[in-house]
Design a protein around this ligand. Structure first.
Ligand SMILES: *[C@@H]1O[C@H](CO)[C@@H](O)[C@H](O)[C@H]1NC(C)=O
Ligand SMILES: *[C@@H]1O[C@H](CO)[C@@H](O)[C@H](O)[C@H]1NC(C)=O
Ligand SMILES: *[C@@H]1O[C@H](CO)[C@@H](O)[C@H](O)[C@H]1NC(C)=O
Length: 286
């Protein structure tokens, strides 16, 4: 009874106007950013995502689900192996999807990665442990409050996800993640710039334009950071696995007032911590 009510609303499985193959199924929204079929509430929230749609089965039974607990013993990507590039551009779309706010912008990521399954062979890769290099493109990034990943059991105030798809057209996804720590002292200008437009998109389905986004200063720092690396899943339905995660070990700063605006717009949109990699899903243990 309860479950059939839920499945009645699960038909919203429409491709977005995507700029990269494979990203469609990260956010099952329509081109007009219709409300998501899932939420962070009760009946359509994370504990019941696996019952909302047959495609979401891994949200309940997957054994390599994200987010996870990270700590000082977690694997790191090889030092200096991450190269993010996001050229400055005018007129950037900024959207309130109801489940997050998202910035539509192109970028690329190159990462030496021995674990990546859909590698591109490159001939001149002197810094890579293997002769392979991950070469993927991004068309959007979004935010979660509080953070989804926890380090040494601690949540940060927010988390930013740059989502990449493989240039070879395979459906594989890579996420470059940054934990955000609030404070009075500093923030990145690109975050302040983007979030200064939050008042234009208070409600789900609204979109606005940021006149210019230049994140080269942030990107230069990001390319100096260390990253935890593991293979997990999307943290939203359909919770697909085989997602390569890079989570920066250094949290990035943001002003308290900016965080307050972000939180008031997106609410709490974090999936709860999943079982350790390879372990039975907690929803199956209950
Ligand atoms: C680090 O995390 C792993 C996986 O959750 C866990 O097995 C291990 O005990 C943790 N180590 C410390 C020092 O907390
Ligand atoms: C991203 O790049 C693609 C391919 O070059 C282009 O068609 C698309 O318009 C770009 N999107 C944005 C938001 O700049
Ligand atoms: C990465 O992919 C782009 C096209 O998607 C290509 O132009 C570029 O040469 C590739 N770089 C490497 C190092 O393979």
């Amino acid at each position: 009874m309860f479950l059939s009510t839920i499945s009645a609303i699960s038909f919203v499985q429409v491709a977005i106007a995507s700029c990269a193959h494979g990203v469609e199924w990260i956010h099952p929204f329509s081109a007009n950013i219709a409300p998501a079929a899932f939420s962070y509430g009760t009946t359509t929230g994370p504990l019941n995502w696996h019952n909302l749609n047959a495609n979401n089965i891994l949200c309940g039974s997957g054994t390599n689900q994200s987010p996870i607990l990270l700590n000082t013993t977690s694997s790191l990507a090889p030092s200096g192996s991450i190269t993010l590039n996001v050229p400055p551009v005018p007129n950037v779309a900024f959207e309130n999807l109801g489940t997050t706010v998202e910035v539509i912008i192109n970028g690329t990521l190159k990462a030496g990665d021995a674990a990546w399954n859909f590698k591109q062979r490159v001939s001149h890769c002197s810094r890579c442990a293997t002769s392979y290099m991950l070469n993927v493109s991004m068309c959007r990034f979004h935010f979660h409050t509080p953070s989804e990943h926890r380090v040494n059991l601690v949540h940060y105030e927010a988390e930013m996800h740059f989502v990449f798809t493989a240039a070879d057209g395979s459906a594989k996804i890579t996420v470059l993640a940054f934990l955000i720590q609030i404070g009075p002292g500093s923030s990145y200008p690109f975050l302040e710039n983007i979030f200064s437009h939050l008042p234009s998109i208070p409600n789900a389905g609204q979109t606005t334009q940021v006149p210019r986004v230049d994140m080269r200063g942030f990107v230069a720092h990001a390319n100096q950071m260390s990253y935890y690396q593991y293979t997990g899943s999307l943290t939203t339905p359909p919770c697909s696995e085989g997602v390569t995660w890079y989570v920066a070990t250094t949290p990035i700063p943001m002003y308290v007032r900016t965080y307050r605006n972000l939180k008031n717009t997106i609410g709490s949109n974090s999936r709860y911590t999943q079982s350790d990699l390879g372990q039975a899903n907690i929803l199956h243990l209950l």
